[in-house]
Design a protein around this ligand. Structure first.
Ligand SMILES: Cc1ncc(COP(=O)(O)O)c(C=O)c1O
Length: 383
């Protein structure tokens, strides 16, 4: 038996059409997009541009301002590299992933930026819009960067409220955990930019992610090189997406991502979110009947995506997770989930938690199996 409940790390299985779309691309259309004019180049360009349209329409972005890159981490780094200068003030939250915290700490140390971290209140650690706005208005601020939903407890942050309230200060949204899991209309949020990974809620392959830019916000290219356009020039072309897509784009990833976004649109993000929330509630209710289980960062009143962190009294998180896989075929993730700051805020540092990430293909039976397995751990131990 295999029950995959680690959707927050990466989705599995992928959307039903992804593998076929990738194979079809490799077998029939694997030219280099935008390089020359022969049939395979045109076929590859179609696939990449189709994927761009699909992902932009799913997230509420303008396709011309939706750029492909290796993932959310890359695009966070690219935005910071373009926007931060020595002495700049940046506001962030205490629930951020290391994809945000590590570069920010680097800029703090090496470029002397002033980093302000807003500590949200427990139990979920989500700062209020007012707390963030108060900090931004206290001193000139170059950038606000915040996760749309924590990858530790799934709590959703008020990104649109913040973006609108702090305008014109730009807000960069890390939507790694919400894209494909929670309806997003980027254009309406008022945020300057949004990054997402292709392989999590978007149900596509690894190695591809997107940056969405508002019409009024732009960044410099972090990487420069060939684009297939304006080849006579030693400078990057001015127009997007080419200006930010130096080198051959991940065409195989784009083929898969286009297929997964089409599947998500068909199923509906709202329906996916509702399904996940129902399963999450079933899990929370079920865990109430298991002695020794403690939920971390859980607040029934906070909007959330389908992530739950728990620990069990007297059990080591890593050993419990390994035993769940070994004995019950259930895959969850133990530890700090690349988010030590979030665990510090939720008071689960340094041991972390066991994290359950629910995906669109999980069923009530999967959730019941996890509850029973954790009950088994309580009754019989995990030796
Ligand atoms: C909140 C958050 N931000 C950023 C990332 C980084 O995404 P990627 O590894 O696709 O770059 C992750 C991945 O776990 C995440 O959960």
């Amino acid at each position: 038996m295999m029950i995959y409940l680690d959707h927050a790390a990466t989705s599995f299985p992928k959307a039903p059409d992804v593998a076929e779309a990738v194979a079809l691309f490799l077998n029939q259309a694997a030219g280099n997009p935008g390089r020359g004019g022969h049939r395979l180049t045109v076929a590859a360009s179609r696939v990449v541009e189709g994927a761009r349209e699909d992902v932009a329409s799913l997230l509420g972005g303008d396709p011309e301002r939706t750029v492909f890159g290796p993932g959310a981490t890359f695009w966070i780094n690219a935005v910071l590299a373009s926007k931060l200068n020595a002495g700049d003030r940046v506001v962030t939250t205490s629930l951020e992933h290391n994809a945000v915290m590590r570069p920010l700490r680097w800029y703090e140390k090496k470029r002397r930026i002033k980093l302000v971290t807003i500590k949200g209140k427990l139990p979920d650690g989500v700062p209020s819009t007012d707390e963030i706005v108060a900090s931004v208005t206290r001193a000139p601020t170059s950038l606000v960067i915040m996760t749309h939903a924590s990858n530790v407890n799934g709590a959703v942050m008020p990104v649109a409220e913040v973006a609108q309230a702090v305008s014109p200060v730009p807000v960069l949204v890390d939507a790694a955990q919400t894209a494909g899991c929670l309806p997003i209309d980027f254009a309406k949020t008022g945020a300057a930019a949004l990054v997402a990974s292709g392989h999590k809620g978007l149900l596509g392959p690894t190695g591809i992610g997107v940056l969405l830019l508002a019409p009024w916000f732009d960044i410099e290219a972090l990487v420069q090189g060939g684009t297939g356009s304006r080849s006579e020039s030693h400078e990057m072309p001015e127009h997007l997406p080419d200006r930010l897509e130096a080198g051959t784009v991940n065409t195989v990833g784009a083929a898969g991502l286009g297929a997964s976004c089409a599947w998500i649109r068909e199923r509906g993000v709202e329906a996916i979110h509702k399904h996940g929330r129902q399963l999450l509630q079933r899990l929370v209710d079920g865990f109430r009947g298991v002695p020794g289980v403690y939920l971390h960062g859980w607040n029934p009143d906070t909007p959330r995506v389908n992530i739950l962190s728990f620990t069990m009294r007297g059990k080591d998180n890593g050993e419990l997770a390994a035993w769940l896989d070994r004995k019950h075929g259930i895959m969850v993730r133990a530890g700090l989930h690349c988010a030590p700051s979030a665990h510090q805020r939720l008071e689960t540092f340094p041991n972390g938690t066991v994290r359950v990430g629910i995906g669109p293909f999980n069923t009530e039976a999967d959730i019941d199996a996890l509850i029973e397995a954790v009950f088994d751990a309580y009754e019989n131990g995990i030796a």
